[in-house]
Design a protein around this ligand. Structure first.
Ligand code: WTA
Length: 657
């Protein structure tokens, strides 16, 4: 067998051509998996012959479907009567008159059943230490920390910023906020000073939760130091709670900084804490995401609709059963982690694995040792990780018993067919269907995804999820033809959709609803649909770059560059990269009298790393005398990209002459 090669994300054209290589066009799931799947059980109960017939019914009867899910999968303090309130569309509201709390369903109700002693979480550190938490142990810790937050005056509706590594305390902190009705705003631990500061300021968080440091790839990430720098000029922050992870020396500012373990040892940290009964539409969290402008958007999700969405999608797509060991290898700091590490698995009462560190630490078989050690049955990760591991060759995986796996998943960017096939053949040993889930921070849960009964085409996310009406339209808003590129849109609301952009409802309207006609949700992705109705997502059409599946705004990278004293102007674009999917390339005009040099290039790359975080470090800094701009002065990144790729530059009629 020849070693796999990586390639840039595929287009539908490449897939069609791949038929020539003798690869099957469809990969069919094992019949036993289909017969025993959660989705077939529901289809049978509803009188449908297969999952596709069920799906079509749910799209036409979406409110009935979602109401059914809201009653089956989660418990309410007070039941809802209204399913969908569209009186102020597109500010949709779901289950409006119901009372609920996501923590009630994630923890409180579990500890009243036999699941009290079931493992909720198996955590493995990068150094190989393991810690386990039963539902009861997690429940008690969340209660204690919720009492700590309350004692600091954190109340319903307040925002708390969480900046932690991938350790159990990130889950505990998020759940504790939710329990008392406060909103968490998690900032990914790979972000740095400027990114953290803008997010704290926008959220106006009085409390920040961080750690002394975090481990990644055998090195320490100085989270507390970054936090100190970020809040130096941010008077809104009154309290910083610090989890001790590395034990390294750090500065603690008296009166402001408090150790987590000291607080948890206080009498005030009682293991009993009533869960706040909130309206379904009470905001649960905000999560910042990059958009077209420099200021990141705080996307708001709510207690009711969000939990119905994540529980339903996880139940049907990944077919979670009582005996499964679920492993979502994402970071809790991104939406994937919010929905499918912190909330979804707990609501369904699953056992899950969380791993602190890098996939190749200390060797490229680390992930496979984890699958083997804990008997992982479902693994959910990103194409970039697959491509990265593929490069080391399959021998690393072949050394391990991966036979417990029954389903695999992919998220974050299009998966190229070659990586898909490697994942399917080497990791899934040909038996595990791959759920290629297309969704966004905005959507809260899966939108276009196979289910365990779907015949799969490598590289396609297949069809919309139950109750989701997706389409591809051209610029006039008309349905695009088969295999014709267009805008990916969603035609009807769904419970886990974002409700607004924090403090910026106008931007919510403009960004998502004013682009396609008749109030359709525009995702910001281009896609095409083939004649089987399968969706092929191509990529972002806005100024968002997906680097290793991480979502970064060109504007944030540019503003980090311009904050360097040598830089007059800067532009950032994404160019294809073998492993990362896309890499950031930048174009910089230096200030008068400053000479370009290799040292300066290195310095600028490092500067972006310090300001934004290592994930945003540009691959290249090109020094240029000018940048292509429109007559109104907007940088035409499209032109830069075409030039870099040697493609035609397209319509230049608006280019400044
Ligand atoms: C991209 C991540 C192709 C897409 C959950 C989307 C995907 C953006 C897929 C959202 C997929 C996500 N196939 N592209 N399976 N999943 N994307 O908000 O461009 O970090 O708009 O949410 O990721 O990124 P976000």
């Amino acid at each position: 067998m020849t070693e796999s090669r990586t390639e840039a994300p595929a287009t539908a054209g490449q897939i069609a051509a791949s038929g020539d290589t003798g690869e099957p066009a469809f990969y069919y799931p094992p019949q036993e998996l289909v017969d025993q799947s959660n989705i077939m059980a529901y289809a049978r109960e509803r009188g449908f012959a297969d999952a596709e017939a069920l799906r079509q019914w749910t799209v036409e009867n979406s409110t009935e479907f979602w109401a059914d899910m809201a009653r089956r999968l989660v418990d309410w303090y007070e039941p809802f009567n209204t399913v969908l309130d569209d009186s102020e569309a597109p500010f949709y509201k779901w289950f409006t008159d119901g009372k609920i709390n996501i923590v009630h369903n994630a923890l409180d109700r579990q500890v009243k059943t036999w699941r009290k002693n079931k493992l909720a979480l198996i955590w493995e550190s990068e150094q190989g230490e393991a810690k386990t938490f039963t539902y009861w142990q997690l429940y008690k810790r969340v209660n204690k920390f919720a009492n700590v937050l309350k004692s600091m005056g954190v109340q319903k509706g307040d925002r708390v910023t969480i900046y932690l590594p991938r350790i159990p305390e990130i889950m505990i902190a998020m759940l504790a906020c939710a329990k008392i009705g406060a909103m968490h705003s998690v900032v990914y631990g790979g972000f740095s000073v400027e990114a953290l500061q803008t997010r704290i300021v926008d959220a106006q968080s009085k409390v920040v939760i961080t750690a002394d440091g975090g481990y990644m790839n055998g090195k320490i990430v100085e989270l507390k130091k970054i936090t100190d720098d970020a809040i130096k000029h941010t008077p809104v922050v009154e309290i910083v709670i610090v989890v001790q992870r590395t034990g390294q020396e750090i500065e603690m500012q008296p009166g402001r900084d408090l150790w987590y373990h000291d607080l948890m040892a206080l009498p005030i940290a009682s293991p009993k804490c009533e869960t706040e009964q909130v309206d379904a539409e009470q905001p649960l969290f905000m999560l910042y995401t990059s958009g077209t402008t420099g200021t990141p958007k705080g996307l708001v999700h709510t207690h009711g609709g969000y939990q119905v969405g994540v529980a339903t999608t996880l139940h049907f797509t990944f077919d979670i059963k009582e005996e499964d060991v679920w492993w979502c290898a994402a970071d809790p700091g991104w939406i994937t982690g919010h929905s499918y590490i912190v909330y979804g698995p707990l609501i369904l009462g699953a056992t899950q694995v969380m791993y602190e560190g890098a996939p190749t630490f200390p060797y490229p078989n680390r992930w496979w040792t984890i699958v083997e050690r804990y008997g992982v049955t479902i693994l959910y990760t990103a194409p970039t990780a697959i491509r990265g591991l593929m490069r080391f060759g399959e021998a690393w995986a072949n050394r391990h018993d991966l036979s417990t796996l029954r389903l695999l998943g992919s998220v974050g960017e299009p998966i190229n067919p070659e990586a898909w096939r490697w994942y399917h053949r080497v990791i899934g040993q040909g038996n595990c269907p791959i759920m290629d889930t297309w969704w966004q921070t905005e959507t809260g849960g899966f939108m276009i995804t196979p289910n365990p009964t779907t015949p799969l085409k490598p590289g396609s996310a297949s069809r919309p999820f139950l109750g989701i009406d997706a389409d591809v339209v051209n610029e006039l808003g008309e349905p695009a033809g088969d295999d014709e590129d267009g805008l990916l849109i969603i035609k009807q609301p769904w419970p886990s959709m974002l409700r607004t952009i924090y403090n910026n409802p106008e931007r919510y309207l403009e960004q998502y609803w004013d682009k396609a006609p008749q109030g359709l949700y525009t995702a910001g992705d281009s896609a095409r649909q083939d004649d089987d109705g399968y969706f092929w997502v191509i990529g972002r059409i806005d100024d968002v770059i997906k680097v290793s599946g991480y979502r970064l705004g060109t504007a944030e990278v540019e503003s980090a560059l311009v904050s360097h004293p040598a830089v007059a102007e800067a532009a950032a674009i994404g160019l294809p990269h073998e492993v990362k999917g896309n890499a950031i390339h930048t174009f910089v005009i230096l200030k008068n009298g400053i000479e370009p040099s290799q040292d300066l290039e290195d310095e600028l790359r490092a500067h972006v790393g310090t300001m934004m975080g290592p994930i945003a470090k540009p691959e290249a800094v090109n020094f240029v005398p000018s940048l292509p701009k429109t007559r109104s002065g907007k940088i035409m990144r499209r032109v830069l990209k075409s030039r870099a790729l040697g493609l035609p530059e397209g319509d230049l009629s608006t280019l400044e002459s």
